[in-house]
Design a binder for this molecule. Structure first.
Ligand SMILES: CC(C)(COP(=O)(O)OP(=O)(O)OC[C@H]1O[C@@H](n2cnc3c(N)ncnc32)[C@H](O)[C@@H]1OP(=O)(O)O)[C@@H](O)C(=O)NCCC(=O)NCCS
Length: 142
């Protein structure tokens, strides 16, 4: 973990309750604690940002650990947005993800509407392109 002012970045798994609360406070709905724990355990790598003891931002990478990787749950509390913290989280996740790719791989994400430009600065390409179709997803609610 390293510290800038009262902020500290780390690569350990976030506490499941704090992670679920952070998502909920940012308007993403409250995951049950056991589901949050399962989601975190199923990921490949994490970056957290704490202000003191409080989780204020995080990002995760999920995937097969060899070829295909996806950024997930890139979130910052609103009061901490616009200060370069989100960029630092993504930058650190990409360093770790590139380390896991031995020769060739792909890193994807599903951007929230309006956040595409944030990701373009890291080299992500907005789809569809001439070569690639639109990304697709399915939301499942039981
Ligand atoms: C998206 C998010 C992670 C960005 O983190 P952040 O710390 O606020 O962004 P940064 O301060 O690192 O911004 C870095 C650069 O991206 C730009 N940027 C940030 N958000 C942007 C947006 N929504 N649209 C376009 N550009 C954006 C900034 O202007 C800045 O550019 P600059 O360096 O030229 O000034 C954060 O705003 C957030 O958590 N939002 C709510 C949750 C969310 O929507 N997450 C994305 C899920 S796909």
């Amino acid at each position: 973990m390293d510290t800038t002012g009262s902020l500290s970045f780390g690569a350990a798994e976030p506490d499941a309750a704090a992670f679920a609360q952070l998502r909920a406070d940012c308007g993403w709905g409250l995951l049950p604690l056991d589901v949050a724990r399962q989601a975190i355990a199923g990921g490949l790598t994490n970056i957290t940002c704490h202000d003191g003891d409080r989780l204020v931002g995080c990002g995760r990478v999920i995937g097969d650990g060899a070829v295909y990787f996806y950024l997930q749950d890139i979130i910052l509390r609103p009061a901490y947005q616009g200060r370069g913290i989100g960029s630092e989280i993504v930058r650190r996740l990409l360093v770790e993800t590139r380390r896991m790719i031995s020769s060739e791989g792909a890193i994807g994400l599903l951007s929230v509407a309006g956040k595409e430009r944030f990701y373009e600065q890291f080299g992500f390409v907005r789809r569809p392109t001439d070569a690639f179709g639109a990304g697709m997803s399915m939301h499942v609610k039981k």
